[in-house]
Design a protein. Structure first.
Length: 484
């Protein structure tokens, strides 16, 4: 049986979250099951806060909550049944947020959470805010003409993206569990009808750059001030000052750092998000909402992920530019609260922050300790990657810990320069993963092959195997990473 691929909630962010166990008991039903029809008749347990998505005909036991017979009978009249038990003392009903944003640099005032809800908020033992919600759980007030659903393929792709990015050290939302609903969906960009799903996930807040843009658009200065204070206190654990301008400048400073780190981590991972609109930029710098993403096999600045990105606006090499442009829209919104010159000055200094973050991200993935020539070393590494002598993942795998595989494998001047700069900075590679023959990658051909097994044969084994391989790589990266 395919298993839930979510990490246990008790291990989120390396911290402990106090939650109750929720048991799923799925009764036999041919048309729907837990992660596919073959899940029917099986029992599994997962630590979950927001409740459960119930396949029609199933039985669900939730500690401290009873589902009435009347409600169950009503649910069973539908093809898709969802039961969510609110976290006591938390949100009493699902929350969908409204925001604006530049989409491919065209302003859109008619957007919001269209197929996902926030169901609960809590803090981990480190005080960080955790938002728990869904994707594909149905229409919201902001769905417009869409059905609010998520295809099963889209859910599978999001899990693969978040698993891979987390393993590579990117600050990303977390995928908990994926449930197939039994519905058939019509989509213009997938063979239809196609299978439907609901994803449960975690994010560190749902405030986007587009959230501030909406308030600025309507001239809601007081609400913009309140939002700024909320973000400082709730998302960055900082006490707001009595001065609105100081709060706005401090928040912009923090978001500038966070987004510089986000852009740098994308490049180090070889990742292309595909849709870096301002409404897709979380002010915590957390990567989220994965649609047409891809990993570029080679260091190719022009590589694009989205078939509709005709001009390469969000191509691999232009992602820092795109994120910086979105940050400029945030500065414009905050200019209703703070003077423009200091915002402009910080915006102008973003490239320096990005270069520092890129240096850290590249050397972290290479797994070498810091030194006086870090920026020179990172630049040499990028020049070596740009030769496209090997795929990105292969190069990082072969050179892990600063070890030179030799001139026979990497004879070019760029790699010989890299080897010279790495002298004296080598680190041991203790995890068995580094002794295998092939690095773990996530390119589109494998993603499509994994989906084909599910779509054509309901075979989840390649998916399970891939998640296991990604987590092994993540363990290896963390085990052998330099301290600090």
């Amino acid at each position: 049986m395919p298993v839930l691929v979510a990490e246990n909630l008790r291990k989120l962010y390396g911290a402990t979250v106090a939650v109750d166990d929720v048991s799923f008991v799925i009764e036999p039903r041919e048309t729907v099951g837990l992660l596919g029809p073959n899940g029917a008749g099986k029992t599994t347990t997962i630590n979950m806060i927001l409740g459960v998505l119930e396949p029609t005909g199933g039985t669900v036991h939730i500690e401290g909550h009873d589902i009435t017979r009347e409600r169950r009978e009503a649910l069973q009249q539908t093809n898709f049944a969802a039961v969510y038990a609110p976290l006591p003392g938390n949100l009493t009903q699902p929350l969908a947020l409204r925001y604006h944003g530049h989409q491919f640099r065209v302003y859109n005032p008619d957007i919001g959470d269209g197929r996902g809800f926030t169901f609960a908020q809590l803090r981990d033992e480190k005080g960080r805010l955790l938002d728990l919600g869904t994707k594909g759980s149905g229409q919201t007030p902001y769905s417009r003409h869409a059905d609010g659903r998520l295809t099963l393929k889209g859910g599978v792709r999001e899990i693969l993206a978040t698993e891979m990015l987390e393993a590579l050290g990117v600050n990303t939302s977390k995928s908990f569990a994926l449930f197939e609903t039994g519905e058939a969906l019509d989509r213009g960009d997938e063979p239809s009808p196609t299978r439907s799903s609901v994803l449960t996930r975690l994010s560190r807040g749902h405030i986007r750059i587009g959230t501030s843009q909406r308030l600025a658009f309507f001239g809601e200065v007081d609400n913009l001030k309140k939002l700024t204070c909320y973000c400082l206190e709730q998302l960055y654990a900082e006490q707001p000052s009595a001065y609105d301008q100081d709060n706005a400048l401090r928040l912009f400073d923090l978001v500038s750092d966070a987004t510089a780190g986000l852009a740098a981590s994308y490049l180090a991972a070889g990742f292309v998000h595909g849709v870096l609109n301002s409404d897709n930029i979380n002010i915590t710098g957390e990567s989220f909402d994965y649609g047409p993403w891809r990993f570029t096999p080679y260091w190719d600045p022009d590589f694009t992920a989205a078939y509709f990105d005709h001009y390469g606006l969000y191509s691999f090499g232009r992602q820092p530019e795109a994120i910086h442009w979105d940050l400029a829209q945030f500065a414009a919104a905050l200019s209703l609260v703070a003077e423009a010159p200091p915002l402009s000055e910080m915006l102008g200094g973003w490239s320096g922050r990005f270069e520092e973050a890129l240096t850290r991200s590249m050397l972290r993935r290479l797994c070498v300790t810091g030194g006086e020539n870090d920026r020179e070393l990172a630049s040499a590494l990028i020049r070596a990657l740009a030769t496209r002598a090997q795929p990105i993942d292969r190069i990082f795998f072969d050179w892990r810990g600063g070890h030179d595989p030799g001139a026979e494998l990497y004879p070019s001047d760029a790699f010989r320069e890299l080897a010279k700069l790495l002298e004296g900075r080598q680190r041991p590679k203790s995890h068995p993963y580094w002794s295998t023959t092939e690095p773990c990658s996530m390119h589109i051909e494998e993603v499509e092959a994994i989906w084909s097994s599910i779509a054509e044969h309901d075979d989840w084994q390649p998916f399970d195997n891939k998640v296991k391989a990604i987590r092994t790589m993540g363990d290896a990266i963390r085990q052998d990473a330099p301290a600090g």
